[in-house]
Design a binder for this molecule. Sequence first.
Ligand SMILES: Nc1ncnc2c1ncn2[C@@H]1O[C@H](COP(=O)(O)OP(=O)(O)OP(=O)(O)O)[C@@H](O)[C@H]1O
Ligand SMILES: [Mg+2]
Length: 137
Amino acid sequence: MQLKFQVKGMDFSRAGQAATKIKKALQLAGMDPATIRKAIIIAYEAEMNIVIHAYHGTLTANITPHKVEIIAEDEGPGIPDIPLAMQEGYSTAPPHIREMGFGAGMGLPNIKKSADELDIQSEVNKGTKLWAAVFNN
Ligand SMILES: Nc1ncnc2c1ncn2[C@@H]1O[C@H](COP(=O)(O)OP(=O)(O)OP(=O)(O)O)[C@@H](O)[C@H]1O
Ligand SMILES: [Mg+2]
């Protein structure tokens, strides 16, 4: 099963909705709760990164009995230094975003902890593609 959602930059009224829909689909599919928890951390953090850091993009979930793939693709500024962005506490979020409670610099580190496989490709001034897989036990 594939679910695909459009995600708009700076649209905080709908932020997190795609991840919530993916969570419901995983619950209906009877996936292991631990798998759901990991996949949803990835989906939510990747969705929020599009909302906060990019212009627009898509969040896709490929669901099979053995594995959940989460793919977040955006058009945006890109990530110039991916190893730096992966560090806990590193964030370029401006003050008005931090006031909303985002920008702790924990999204990508938490994605890394939750994913069994992770690949991030990015091109500056073009966009970012994140691919993550969680295996269902
Ligand atoms: N899709 C993206 N496009 C452009 N830059 C990104 C994207 N995702 C992450 N980044 C960059 O990587 C940094 C670290 O991302 P991360 O998700 O770990 O933290 P954050 O989004 O700043 O804060 P938090 O996720 O804790 O709210 C961001 O501050 C931003 O500079
Ligand atoms: Mg983030």
